[in-house]
Design a protein around this ligand. Structure first.
Ligand code: FES
Length: 105
Protein backbone atom coordinates (compact mmCIF):
# COMPACT_ATOMS: atom_id res chain seq x y z
CA UNK A 1 0.00 0.00 0.00
CA UNK A 2 1.82 3.16 -1.18
CA UNK A 3 2.38 6.06 1.14
CA UNK A 4 1.86 9.69 0.14
CA UNK A 5 3.59 12.47 2.02
CA UNK A 6 1.55 15.66 1.86
CA UNK A 7 3.00 18.98 2.93
CA UNK A 8 -0.01 20.98 4.05
CA UNK A 9 -0.71 24.67 3.57
CA UNK A 10 0.51 25.07 7.16
CA UNK A 11 3.83 23.41 6.32
CA UNK A 12 3.11 20.19 8.19
CA UNK A 13 3.94 16.75 6.81
CA UNK A 14 1.08 14.24 6.78
CA UNK A 15 1.42 10.62 5.73
CA UNK A 16 -1.52 9.00 3.95
CA UNK A 17 -1.55 5.35 2.87
CA UNK A 18 -3.76 4.41 -0.07
CA UNK A 19 -4.58 1.47 -2.30
CA UNK A 20 -2.98 1.33 -5.74
CA UNK A 21 -5.11 3.26 -8.22
CA UNK A 22 -6.32 5.92 -5.78
CA UNK A 23 -5.52 9.38 -7.09
CA UNK A 24 -3.55 11.98 -5.17
CA UNK A 25 -6.65 14.20 -5.26
CA UNK A 26 -8.83 11.51 -3.68
CA UNK A 27 -6.24 10.81 -1.01
CA UNK A 28 -5.79 14.46 -0.04
CA UNK A 29 -9.51 15.25 -0.19
CA UNK A 30 -10.56 12.23 1.85
CA UNK A 31 -7.90 12.97 4.46
CA UNK A 32 -9.25 16.52 4.85
CA UNK A 33 -6.01 18.17 3.84
CA UNK A 34 -7.45 21.07 1.87
CA UNK A 35 -7.68 19.53 -1.59
CA UNK A 36 -11.19 20.14 -2.89
CA UNK A 37 -11.36 18.17 -6.13
CA UNK A 38 -14.53 20.02 -7.09
CA UNK A 39 -15.06 18.32 -10.46
CA UNK A 40 -14.49 14.86 -9.07
CA UNK A 41 -11.44 14.25 -11.21
CA UNK A 42 -12.75 14.97 -14.70
CA UNK A 43 -10.14 17.63 -15.46
CA UNK A 44 -12.47 20.61 -15.43
CA UNK A 45 -11.31 22.54 -12.36
CA UNK A 46 -7.92 23.16 -10.80
CA UNK A 47 -8.86 22.62 -7.18
CA UNK A 48 -6.67 19.53 -6.92
CA UNK A 49 -3.46 21.43 -7.71
CA UNK A 50 -0.39 19.98 -6.01
CA UNK A 51 3.32 20.64 -6.36
CA UNK A 52 5.38 17.51 -6.80
CA UNK A 53 8.65 17.31 -4.91
CA UNK A 54 11.50 17.92 -7.38
CA UNK A 55 13.03 14.48 -6.82
CA UNK A 56 9.74 12.73 -7.62
CA UNK A 57 8.72 14.69 -10.69
CA UNK A 58 10.57 12.28 -12.99
CA UNK A 59 8.42 9.44 -11.66
CA UNK A 60 5.07 11.20 -11.74
CA UNK A 61 5.84 12.61 -15.16
CA UNK A 62 4.90 15.97 -16.59
CA UNK A 63 1.30 17.01 -17.29
CA UNK A 64 -0.11 16.36 -20.74
CA UNK A 65 -1.57 19.15 -22.90
CA UNK A 66 -5.11 19.03 -21.45
CA UNK A 67 -3.81 19.04 -17.89
CA UNK A 68 -1.43 21.90 -18.68
CA UNK A 69 -4.33 23.96 -20.04
CA UNK A 70 -6.30 23.43 -16.82
CA UNK A 71 -3.25 24.13 -14.66
CA UNK A 72 -3.22 27.64 -16.11
CA UNK A 73 -6.18 28.32 -13.82
CA UNK A 74 -4.30 27.26 -10.69
CA UNK A 75 -2.91 29.74 -8.20
CA UNK A 76 0.71 29.44 -7.08
CA UNK A 77 1.89 27.49 -10.09
CA UNK A 78 5.37 25.93 -9.92
CA UNK A 79 7.62 24.12 -12.38
CA UNK A 80 6.52 20.77 -10.95
CA UNK A 81 2.81 21.54 -10.58
CA UNK A 82 0.34 18.77 -11.39
CA UNK A 83 -3.35 18.17 -10.93
CA UNK A 84 -3.73 15.54 -8.24
CA UNK A 85 -6.64 13.82 -9.96
CA UNK A 86 -4.35 12.91 -12.83
CA UNK A 87 -1.84 11.04 -10.70
CA UNK A 88 -2.79 7.50 -9.72
CA UNK A 89 -0.78 6.04 -6.90
CA UNK A 90 1.24 2.91 -7.53
CA UNK A 91 3.90 1.08 -5.58
CA UNK A 92 6.49 2.91 -7.71
CA UNK A 93 5.30 6.20 -6.18
CA UNK A 94 5.53 4.96 -2.58
CA UNK A 95 6.84 7.85 -0.47
CA UNK A 96 6.13 10.53 -3.06
CA UNK A 97 5.85 14.04 -1.62
CA UNK A 98 3.26 16.59 -2.73
CA UNK A 99 2.91 20.13 -1.44
CA UNK A 100 -0.61 21.53 -1.26
CA UNK A 101 -0.26 25.15 -2.37
CA UNK A 102 -1.85 27.95 -0.43
CA UNK A 103 -4.51 29.17 -2.84
CA UNK A 104 -5.86 31.82 -0.49
CA UNK A 105 -3.48 34.48 -1.80
FE1 FES B 1 -10.99 18.87 -10.97
FE2 FES B 1 -8.69 17.54 -10.66
S1 FES B 1 -10.44 17.44 -9.42
S2 FES B 1 -9.25 18.90 -12.25
Amino acid sequence: MPNIVFVTQQGLEKNVWVENGVTVMEAGRDAGLGIEGTCGGCLSCATCHVIVDDDWFVKTGAPDEDETDMLDLAIGLAATSRLGCQIEMTTALDGCTFTIPDDSQ
